[in-house]
Design a protein around this ligand. Structure first.
Ligand code: SF4
Ligand code: SF4
Ligand code: SF4
Ligand code: FES
Length: 595
């Protein structure tokens, strides 16, 4: 296979911004210490790179800075009043002071103001111990002088309408990150700051419940929220309850590709560390009877999807065929672009395939009624909580825990994560290849499908398993793949705003791709709305590094070579795209466009 062209690349907001930086290191002085910092970069980042703590709420490394929280204040010689360091650019010779009584008083005054409108819910808040506001209140010892923090009555209604998210605007600290991520990274504009002063909040259009908007449940707003104002809809309490009161039920967990390279961050390990064995062991310690691997059904997805693509090649389309494993993407199509429904692969997501196989194939194999099985899916994703409630799929997967909730479950069970003896997944739904591992990164589903489609079409071995042309972090990438003379035009988009750019091009007939991979989160699922919150600007490449290492180190790297996949076809599913495979592994979509 060769890649003939890469004609259309759109860079991410971060790398566009990076082009304005000179790359030139200049001397500045921070608290009397001379350091080198990149000219044009933000003073906040320069201070942090020099190991100097700067308080912040509205700043996030993945978003444009707006300078609204007024917590990152510093004194810059010659600039008069205190400056927000997130908005101040590094220039040669800057002399900066980050701590003095005036700065301290200004920071404390701003924190006190925010605290005065914040409820005193920390003890039972879902983000207790993981809240950037709570950390700042503690660090700066902001006393509850007027006892205003006790929640006497709710000011804003709790929005529980979404199957994926909970909005508690009483806890909002007005940083605006959710508004910016939804608009600039996701291209959705679901939220906007409304009102001013003590009644300011991020609100939906016409103050609609979130589920009545065009929200795609990607959860990016929850990932950047520094407090508990937007969180994933918790399933953890139901899972804890199921584990405590098993009765005669079998409690099963199944884990997605992107969880194993991110869960370690919650336990102080380096981002991108691969924790598969520890994660499985920790799940067993929590009481799960079986631990299956959603990577197994990622391999199954590849086999079904590659065969679906080949069938479309034989019958003339419809093209482009879009991947279907991202439920936020399915939401986007059903809500905004229903005319594209025939183009979406009919394959269920790996999570949904696991759900149907556990409740049919596995239940039958062990002679247990499906209702005696409780299946918890562990996902980097908030949209997967929505997916399990789709009428086409309901009843298969019982609960979805995000990576963040999984870490909480481990902490609740006093799991000493990295000192556990590593454990392996259970069969028959636990064996996978490297092709499944890369589902967690943008381009991975495409690469996996191409590995299988090439060998299925040509009957020959791939010249090289690493298809580097579809890898990378650019928002939109494309390539032409030569499959024995057949020129297959493929494209990959990640991050909602990039997805919408690509879709507009397809709809305007300015692009004639055959196969397109869509992931609504930047970087793919490693950047999912349920992954650990991170302020590391290199978090995506670090997690993706872990993903490709898993693939690289595996002996089996093509989905169709997985012996457990071959076995399940022989024993149960007959062959790819068979009648039973269609029943259990495929689905359908319908328009939910709001006219
Ligand atoms: S879930 Fe996604 S689309 Fe919905 S409000 Fe949050 S960022 Fe916007
Ligand atoms: S909901 Fe969260 S992210 Fe949005 S403005 Fe409030 S605190 Fe910030
Ligand atoms: S890219 Fe992955 S994590 Fe994000 S919404 Fe899609 S499936 Fe979920
Ligand atoms: S972090 Fe700089 S003003 Fe908020």
């Amino acid at each position: 296979m060769s890649f003939l062209a890469k004609s259309f690349r759109v860079s991410s907001a971060a790398s566009t911004f990076a082009r304005f930086l000179s790359g030139k290191m200049v001397p500045i002085t921070i608290n009397g210490r001379r350091v080198e910092a990149e000219e044009g970069s933000s003073l906040l980042e320069a201070c942090e790179n020099a190991g100097v703590f700067i308080p912040k709420l509205c700043y996030h490394p993945a978003l444009e800075s707006v300078g609204t929280c007024r917590l990152c204040l510093v004194d810059v010689k010659g600039m008069g009043k205190l400056q927000p360091s997130c908005m101040t650019k590094v220039a040669s010779g800057l002399e900066v002071v980050t701590e003095n009584p005036e700065i301290l008083e200004a920071i404390r005054a701003n924190l006190r103001l925010l605290r005065s409108r914040h409820p005193n819910d920390c003890m039972t808040c879902e983000v207790n111990g993981r809240c950037q506001f709570q950390d700042l209140l503690y660090r700066y010892q902001i006393e509850d002088k007027y006892d205003k923090m006790s929640r006497i009555e709710r000011k804003e209604e709790l929005d529980l309408s979404s199957p994926s998210l909970v909005r508690d605007m009483d806890k909002c600290v007005l940083c605006g990150r959710c508004v910016r991520v939804c608009a600039s990274i996701q291209g959705m504009n679901i939220l906007a700051m409304v009102n001013r002063g003590s009644v300011e909040i991020p609100e939906t259009v016409f103050e609609l419940p979130l589920n009545s908007t065009q929200c795609i449940n990607c959860g990016q707003c929850a990932t950047v929220c520094p407090v508990g104002a937007i969180i994933e809809k918790p399933h953890i309490h139901d899972v804890v309850d199921a584990l405590k009161h098993k009765d005669d039920r079998i409690i099963i967990a199944s884990t997605a590709p992107a969880v194993r390279v991110a869960i370690s961050e919650e336990f102080g390990l380096a981002p991108g560390s691969i924790s598969t064995g520890h994660m499985v062991a920790a799940l067993r310690k929590c009481g799960f009877d079986k631990v299956f691997d959603t990577n197994f059904t990622a391999d199954l997805t590849t086999v079904e999807e590659a065969n679906e693509f080949i069938a479309r090649v034989k019958t003339g389309g419809p093209f482009p065929m879009f991947t279907s494993c991202c439920p936020a993407w399915i939401n986007m199509v059903e809500k905004l672009y229903p005319e594209l429904i025939p183009n979406i692969s009919s394959c269920r997501s790996p999570q949904a395939m696991m759900g149907s196989l556990v409740k049919t194939f596995y239940a039958k194999k062990i002679g247990v009624a499906p209702e005696k099985i409780v299946l918890t899916s562990i996902m980097p994703c908030t949209a997967k909580k929505d997916e399990i409630q789709r009428e086409q799929l309901a009843g298969d997967t019982d609960y979805v825990l995000t990576t963040r909730e999984l870490a909480k479950l481990f902490r609740l069970n006093d799991v000493n994560f990295s000192s556990l003896e590593e454990s392996d997944f259970d069969s028959p739904l636990g064996l996978s290849t490297g092709a499944a591992a890369i589902f967690g990164a943008t381009g991975g589903v495409m690469e996996s499908a191409l590995r299988t489609a090439y060998e299925t079409i040509t009957g020959k071995d791939l010249p090289s398993v690493d298809l580097n042309a579809v890898r990378g972090l650019e928002g939109i990438r494309d390539a032409v793949v030569d499959v024995d003379g057949l020129k297959v035009k493929v494209a990959i988009a990640n991050g909602g705003a990039n997805v919408r750019k690509l879709i507009e091009k397809v709809l305007a007939k300015e692009a004639d791709y055959h196969f397109i991979e869509i992931m609504e989160c930047r970087g793919g699922c490693v950047g999912g709305g349920g992954e650990p919150k991170s302020m590391d600007k290199d978090i995506l490449p670090k997690r993706i590094g872990g993903i490709y290492k898993i693939d690289h180190d595996m002996k089996m790297r093509k989905a169709h070579q997985n012996p457990a996949i071959k076995e399940i076809y022989e024993e149960f599913l007959e062959k790819p795209n068979s009648h039973i495979a269609h029943d259990l592994l495929h689905t359908h979509y319908h328009s939910r466009k709001i006219e």
